[in-house]
Structures are given as C-alpha cells and as structure tokens.
Design a protein around this ligand. Structure first.
Ligand SMILES: Nc1ncnc2c1ncn2[C@@H]1O[C@H](COP(=O)(O)OP(=O)(O)O)[C@@H](O)[C@H]1O
Ligand SMILES: [Mg+2]
Length: 268
C-alpha cells in the first residue's frame, strides 16, 4: 500500500545539518499494525510525518497505492492528507470549545460537509470507540483515555486506509493505554493500516510488525508472533520481505549486542 525507497530527510539548524532519515526503504501493507520504535531523536516522528505527507523527503521515493506522493500538486497532497490518512497525536489535539461529536466531525467540515450532515457518522464512530454516551461532552469533561478515543474516532471519519499515530498512549496510564492499543489493533482487522510511533515496548504485543529505527536508519524489522498460550515474541523479518529484491538497506549489518528488540521476548 505504501512503499518507501531510499528516503532521506535532513534538517539544517544554523551551521549544523542533522540527518534525521538516512536512507529508509520499507513497505507498509494494508491491514497491518506497524510499530515504529527507537531512541529519542532516531527519526520516528520525521518518518511518520513523511508517511502522512505532512512533510516531504529530500530524496527517495514514497509511493502510496502506486502513486508517487511527491508528484502530486499541493491540492492533491492536501486531499491525500484529508482522505487517505487519519492522524492521532500524543496530546489528542481536540478543540476545547467543541463537543466530542463535533470534534469527530471536524475533518468533514474541513472537507466542505456541514457539521450537522456529518453528525450521524460521528455518533456511530463514538459508539464504535465506546463513547456513545459522551457525544455532547466537551474535552474538559472527558478523561485522557476518553479524549484519545475521540481523537481515534476523528481519525476514522474520512474512512482513510491509513492511520498514523505518534505516541498515542504517551500521555495515558498503562491500563487506558492498553485499551487504546486494542482499539487500534481492532481497526486494522477492518483492513485499515495503522502505523504507530511508540516508546512503549509493551505496545509491541498489539502490533504485527516492529520497525526499529536507529540514527535515521532501519536497525531491524521484526514480526510479532503470538503463540496459542498468549505468549508474544518478535522474530526478525527476512530482509527480502521489507525491501525490493534488488536493493539492500544501507547500514543493515547487525551490531553484536545491538539486537535489543529482535530477540527479546515481549511480556504482557
Ligand atoms: N523541525 C526540525 N528542525 C531541526 N531538526 C529537527 C526537526 N525535527 C526533528 N529534528 C531532528 O531530527 C532528528 C530526528 O527527530 P525526530 O524524527 O523528531 O525523532 P524521534 O521522533 O525519534 O524522537 C533529531 O535529531 C531532531 O533533533
Ligand atoms: Mg518523536
């Protein structure tokens, strides 16, 4: 569904150049829940922003459903953001003066649909995220977990094939966070793809794949396997599955003692 080839992104701050992404190649398939993990500053947010066309790469290719995003004009790119991608952020980003259902309906409003006309779908989605009885509440009258549920419902209202979430549980206690992760996992069962940046290695158990970033490079890609007894472990993915056959990922050599996530069992 989404294919990145040799993507780079640098930031220039004064005299200094930071290579935030240093040649990333990967594919995101439909219906997969992918986690992007890695130390602070490894390029996770930058990668997520590029996936959502919130920013553009300096070089390399990003193709969505076989179309090069960089070739789209500005109008088509903002249409891509509105219709193809739903965003969920760490701090929810709800408008405080609007009710829960109005917040959910906002993307429809921005797309030229009247708020009233979008109401039935907004209410349906609030029902889906378990907030059917909170539709008229304002953000200040909701808990953190409830606010994040509203944000997930808002991300879904345009029915986008791709949901991007940057630390969606970063501001929630672990129990509330777990329920948001389960919600995101359920969404992928409907065929949507979810790509989530997270610091929380416990979150990996809800995902299908884990992309480990390190200094702007892919350190490893792991598949999450679930045993019948509920045990979860991560298994290194064949490089060939992650990239096109005739290419290699630069810096893909495994550093001894550096396989943090690859071989560690993930426990509940
Ligand atoms: N807007 C920006 N201007 C300058 N440098 C940036 C900007 N955004 C990110 N960076 C730098 O790029 C690198 C990757 O940042 P980021 O993608 O935010 O990492 P992460 O989300 O993994 O913490 C970091 O070194 C960061 O300081
Ligand atoms: Mg970040």
């Amino acid at each position: 569904m989404l294919e990145l080839t040799d993507v780079t992104k640098q930031y220039r701050v004064g005299e200094q150049t930071v290579r935030a992404l240093d040649g990333i190649s990967l594919r995101i398939e439909a219906g997969e829940f992918t986690a992007i993990v890695g130390p602070s500053g490894s390029g996770k947010s930058t990668l997520l922003h590029l996936l959502g066309a919130l920013d553009s790469p300096d070089s390399g290719s990003i193709r969505f459903q076989d179309k090069e995003i960089g070739d789209l004009d500005d109008d088509r790119q903002s249409e891509f953001r509105r219709h193809r991608v739903g965003f969920v952020f760490q701090f929810f980003n709800l408008l405080p003066t609007l009710t829960a259902w109005e917040n959910v309906a906002i993307p429809k409003l921005l797309d030229g649909t009247g708020l009233r006309k979008a109401k039935p779908r907004a209410l349906e989605l609030l029902e889906l995220v378990g907030l059917g009885d909170r539709a008229e509440h304002r953000p200040a009258e909701l808990s953190g977990g409830q606010m994040q549920r509203v944000a997930v419902a808002r991300a879904l209202i345009m029915d986008p094939p791709l949901i991007l979430a940057d630390e969606p549980t970063g501001n929630l206690d672990s129990k509330t966070g777990a329920s948001i992760l389960q919600l995101l996992a359920d969404i992928t069962k409907e065929g949507n793809s979810v790509v989530m940046v997270t610091h929380d290695m416990g979150a990996v158990r809800y995902c299908d794949r884990v992309i480990n970033l390190r200094d702007g490079l892919i350190g490893s890609i792991d598949r999450v396997e679930r045993a019948d007894d509920g045990a979860v472990r991560t298994v290194p993915e064949e490089p060939a599955a992650a990239i096109t056959a005739d290419e290699t990922v630069p810096g893909d050599e495994t550093v001894p003692g550096d396989e943090t996530v690859a071989t560690d069992e993930v426990r509940a």
